[in-house]
Design a protein around this ligand. Sequence first.
Ligand code: GDP
Ligand code: MG
Length: 171
Amino acid sequence: MAVEPIKIAVIGDGGVGKSACTIRFVKNQFHEQYDPTIEQTYSTTVETEEFGSLPVEIIDTAGQDDYENFRSVSISYGQAFLLVFAITSHKTFEKMESMLVEAKEDAPKIVIGNKSDLSADRKVSVAEVEAWCKERGFKYFETSAKNNINVREAFVDLVQQAAKKRQHTRT
Ligand code: GDP
Ligand code: MG
């Protein structure tokens, strides 16, 4: 029997690098520009020690200023959520709070502080994010889609959390 794919929704403010992280993970590429209005789904496979080879579907969300659109997509699609902000913009960090309201409450979530290559322009301290994540039980990864740092680690961790949760739900 074919295994159902694990569905991940990538959410966060515009311009934080949702598409860049997704494309880095799925294709190992980085594009300086990616259409900010395109919402796209990607299929890939993740190898895990515990669960073997797992099919994964990722929706790279877009157009989240359109609240209704964001709402319907994230709620109906995601079984696990990657919350992305950019360490160079405090506003994008603050935005996660309101996005969280729309994500399924009991779904696994991971927080990504992207653009770590721009640390000279950092506006969000690691301590601040870690405190926020600790309160909510989320793991935190600082990533650079551009320099290929930590992106795979974050996605794989989330896939494993989702696979574990699925296993528990079934038995
Ligand atoms: P989205 O709106 O969240 O999907 O953001 P995009 O993936 O389209 O990225 C927005 C902009 O940030 C683009 O110009 C990217 O090239 C740039 N960007 C994305 N990730 C990184 C990163 O890790 N480092 C740097 N320096 N720029 C990035
Ligand atoms: Mg995008």
